[in-house]
Write a protein that binds this ligand. Structure first.
Ligand code: PAF
Length: 280
């Protein structure tokens, strides 16, 4: 696997590949890679001739400075993991390489970034859009691969690509889960063993909530999640909403014509985790 830290070197490599009409698949990440990321690499390898993975902890998407400082960084381990997955290129730029000057771009995603994580982490999706736009301009991929755990992020990135007038295809890939059901996340490595045990209750809570929606109502499911999370002192619910899966508008009842999705964000100790589950 090739490792580039400079844009110019990556561009020279890509120029040669594109001159041979090779298709480029791109997996942007913030590192601390797990099997969820590797499933994106595998999807890219299946669909494209060349696979590039970037590892860059993007400061502009953290609205909380301690969250940025705490974010796990393990580039050597990531490189070994990617090598084993037969990834072709790891792009590992510095902050100055990506942002030679402050990025002041303000995006308008309308309602999409004013709800859920957009509401609870102000500025987060603007930062995501800044870095993804920059990375897309550097890599110029045919396809880019993202995990559905970050459901709202995938929608934002699809909207970004539209705004850029770009033909990059955004491929969303299913959530990968640990044996106990917890959605794989780089943040899981930050949990203590007690927190990890508590976190493993999240997928069960989501499945129970889904059952309650079907048997009773959306409001009963919301009450259930509020009450269950309150029972655990180190759990703090940020939000639990059931939304139209196409628009993210909150819904109050299930409509058989529309897909509904339950989305949750909560703190276990100091670590913020998210998950989602299709309801119908
Ligand atoms: O999902 C992530 O890891 C990040 O938000 C992304 C898309 C790599 C942008 O920094």
């Amino acid at each position: 696997m090739l490792i580039y830290t400079k844009i110019a070197d990556l561009r020279a490599f890509l120029k040669e590949k594109k001159s041979l009409n090779h298709t480029v698949g791109f997996v942007p990440t913030m590192g601390a890679l797990h099997n969820g990321h590797i499933s994106l690499i595998e999807a890219s390898k299946k669909a494209c001739n060349v696979t590039i993975c970037s590892v860059f902890v993007n400061p502009t998407q953290f609205n909380d400075k301690t969250d940025l400082e705490r974010y796990p960084r393990m580039p050597e381990k990531d490189a070994r993991f990617l090598e084993l997955a037969n990834c072709d290129v790891l792009f590992l730029p510095s902050v100055d390489e990506i942002y030679p000057k402050k990025d002041e771009t303000i995006f308008d995603f309308g309602f999409l970034d004013k709800t859920l994580d957009g509401k609870h982490r102000p500025g987060h999706f603007n930062g995501v859009a800044q870095v993804v736009k920059r990375l897309f301009e550097i890599v110029g991929p045919d396809k880019a691969f993202f995990g559905e755990k970050d459901y709202q992020q995938v929608m934002i990135i699809k909207a970004l690509v539209k705004q850029m007038g770009s033909s990059i295809e955004i491929v969303s890939c299913p959530i990968l889960r640990e044996a106990d059901g917890l959605a794989m996340s780089s943040r899981n490595t930050l949990l203590t063993s007690e927190e990890r045990e508590i976190a493993s209750r999240i997928p069960k809570l989501m499945l129970d909530a889904k059952k309650i929606v079907k048997e009773k109502s959306i409001s009963a499911a919301k009450l259930f999640i509020e009450e269950e999370t309150k029972k655990v002192s180190i759990m703090k619910l940020d939000y639990f909403e059931i939304c139209d899966a196409e628009t993210l508008e909150e819904i109050s009842e299930i409509n058989s014509q529309k897909k509904a999705i339950a989305l949750i964000a909560l703190f276990v100790g100091k670590i913020r985790l998210i998950d989602n589950l299709l309801i119908s």
